[in-house]
Design a protein around this ligand. Structure first.
Ligand code: NAG
Length: 334
């Protein structure tokens, strides 16, 4: 009867107070067994309620224990093993034995410290990557709720705009920044209009292909492409691309304009197009130019030779003339 009342009181305290790493993994019955022989040294009386208060202080309201419990997806089982291995052997040892509060304090404190050290070494969540998708690995275990906190993003990612010129290649990737399970299935869907409404899409492919490639875009490829990733029939994320294919009219129009301009010129006249780039002047000259240049060069050579012969003979002539003149003067003076 007493045991039943104690149990009831404990369960009431469980519902009144919040949850914790301790409460997530230890049965209330085991807690009652743990606290049964708790002696208050000051009054030398057995008091279970004081034991629960000690548990609250050391485990339930200890921010270090709560922090240590924030493990990544799947590691709550390891967290449970650590907690149980620390607490259960104290439970077995203290069951139906009297121990004073100092002993409780020391043993529970040691258990809490070991839990903090071991749980802190467990893998943490990779974090949440906004803005979309169900991110299982990003979820963190929460000892205050005994559950994994969700990243809480919608499955639908915002629509991304892509523009591609006609006849060009276009690639769309079904990439997400978070870790995906290994057993994923990818479905690509298409809608002719710009939309994110599920019922407007028609399935195009289903498999494991993350890439949707259009080798040569045509105008009729314009529309919305949706990629949905599943794992075990569960939708994880939906990515949207709105593709606009533009006709390469701009290029065609420019060519046509050129033809018109040529046709509009007066008869017999052609527009001189700068077909050769300026550096073409460095190219070898034409045959005519080469012949003319060579002839000029030979002519110049002949003239030079002629001048060289003529100049010294002329000089000599003049000198003999001067010599004769001097003689003439000499004769006159003599
Ligand atoms: C508590 O119990 C331990 C071990 O039985 C003993 O050594 C200690 O003196 C006790 N403390 C008090 C305050 O009674």
């Amino acid at each position: 009867m007493v045991g039943f009342v104690v149990r009831l009181l404990f369960l009431m305290s469980l519902f009144c107070g919040g949850l914790s790493c301790y409460k997530c993994f230890i049965d209330p019955g085991d807690s009652v067994r743990l606290c049964w022989g708790h002696i208050l040294s000051e009054h030398n009386i057995r008091n279970i309620d004081a034991c629960f208060k000690t548990l609250d202080r050391i485990f339930n309201n200890n921010p270090n224990v709560i922090m240590a419990g924030k493990v990544g997806r799947g590691y709550d089982t390891v967290l449970k093993e650590i907690m149980r291995s620390e607490i259960m052997h104290i439970v077995e040892e203290f069951d139906h034995h009297l121990n004073n509060d100092t002993v409780y304090e020391v043993r529970l404190k040691a258990a809490a410290d070991t839990f903090i050290t071991m749980a802190s070494g467990l893998p943490r969540a990779s974090g949440c990557f906004p803005p979309c998708g169900f991110q299982a690995h990003g979820t963190v275990y929460n000892c205050m709720t005994c559950q994994y906190d969700s990243c809480e993003f919608p499955l639908d990612c915002p629509l991304q705009e892509i523009t591609v010129e006609e006849n060009n290649r276009n690639q769309m990737w079904c990439h997400v920044p978070f870790v995906l399970p290994s057993d994923i299935q990818i479905v690509w869907r298409y809608a002719e209009i710009k939309t994110m409404l599920i019922d407007r899409f028609k399935e195009v492919t289903a498999g494991t292909d993350k890439l949707f490639s259009i080798p040569s875009a045509r105008l009729e490829h314009t529309g919305t492409y949706q990629c949905e990733i599943f794992s075990r029939e569960r939708s994880l994320v939906r990515i949207y691309y709105h593709l606009t294919v533009v006709a390469n009219e701009e290029v065609g129009h420019a060519e046509l304009q050129d033809v018109f301009d040529q046709a509009l010129l007066p008869a017999g006249q052609f527009r001189v197009l700068p077909t050769l780039p300026p550096f073409s002047l460095l190219r070898l000259p034409s045959d005519v130019l080469l012949t003319v240049s060579l002839t000029s060069l030979i002519l110049l050579l002949f003239i030079t030779i002629g001048v060289l012969y003529w100049w010294p003979s002329k000089k000599m002539d003049r000198e003999t003339e001067q010599e004769q003149e001097r003689h003439r003067y000499r004769f006159q003076f003599a």
